[in-house]
Design a protein around this ligand. Sequence first.
Ligand code: HEC
Ligand code: HEC
Length: 202
Amino acid sequence: MMKSIAALSVAGLLTGVSAMAQTSVPPEPDIVTDTCSVCHGDEGISPRARFPNLAAQTKDYLDAQLKNFRNHMRADPDAVAYMWRQAGALTTSSMNEIVAYYSAVPPPKGSAGESAALVAAGKQIYEHGIQSEDVPACGACHGAAGAGMAAFPRIAGQHPEYLVAQLRAFRSKARDNAIMYANVQHMTDDQMREVAAYLASL
Ligand code: HEC
Ligand code: HEC
């Protein structure tokens, strides 16, 4: 008797969970279908290294970046070339719809395209930092699996070329962010490629 009640309530819970999962992705906004997906791909999984995946990115981070593009605070060359105009044309309500949509679609799946040695070296940096060079463990903010939280972006499953470009932009201050500048100011290009290879594999 106990057993069947437990089984029933577990089944009830599971039904509840799957129903929630189905209803939690809002309909794709028209502007995503017509414009954003041309570069950022279907459901925010971009087919090209230059265009970041947006799928399952955190709400707070997406919202902050769209505002940073709109205010011209994020000024690395590809931000200026591609995103200033896109974000500048958005109303606040369409921005909210876009953020709700991309944050709710399923995350990208990692791809093991890079060499195992590169990935292993990157894992070491991600989990432990490089103490002699004042590089902190990335996972402390971005989460053990790189899924991000609130203002800390998801970086797992992202295109490695995009990640390296952003790390270099933080280091040169073309993308002006005090926290990430402090984290990467002493990193070499090789170390950036290692940590990006690890993240892309997650
Ligand atoms: C013509 C191509 C193109 C289109 C169209 C486009 N984007 Fe982008 N987007 C880019 C590129 C390139 C970047 C990377 C900019 C950089 O390197 O700083 C980017 C970056 C972003 C980022 C930052 C992601 C991150 O991880 O920091 C967001 C958010 C974003 N785009 C949202 C949108 C939305 C919403 C739309 C539709 C209104 C859109 N984009 C349309 C090319 C495009
Ligand atoms: C103290 C917290 C903290 C630590 C430690 C940290 N980050 Fe970040 N990271 C952030 C924040 C906050 C942002 C968002 C910056 C912004 O708004 O532009 C960010 C942004 C990023 C981005 C840009 C993502 C995108 O989609 O454009 C990358 C890539 C990144 N971090 C990689 C790393 C790596 C690699 C490490 C370890 C060497 C690291 N971070 C350590 C807080 C941190």
